[in-house]
Design a protein. Structure first.
Length: 92
């Protein structure tokens, strides 16, 4: 779906502009029934930068997604995840 790819790139570009380590920014798109969840991962030291003081930056990014969701008639939500330093520790 081109809409989801465009939204992934939009979120990634905004995040890259905010963080100290832009190479660590990834956005994964997960299709659900009637919405798409965009999972944003950044380096652990950059999580605070994409969340912002009292969550203002994250709220602003979600507001942008909400506006685009209305235009595209498809709901997008944003989850901000901290990148795992050692992903093998969570494997079961």
């Amino acid at each position: 779906m081109a809409k989801a790819e465009n939204m992934q790139e939009l979120v990634a570009e905004i995040a890259r502009a905010l963080v100290d380590d832009p190479s660590a920014v990834t956005v994964e798109s997960v299709q659900r029934d009637e919405n798409t969840v965009l999972k944003l991962r950044v380096a652990p030291q950059d999580v605070g930068k994409v969340i912002g003081k009292q969550g203002r930056t994250a709220r602003s990014m979600r507001t942008i997604l909400g506006a685009v969701s209305m235009k595209l008639h498809h709901r997008f939500t944003l989850d901000i995840l901290e990148e795992d330093k050692n992903p093998a520790t969570h494997a079961e």
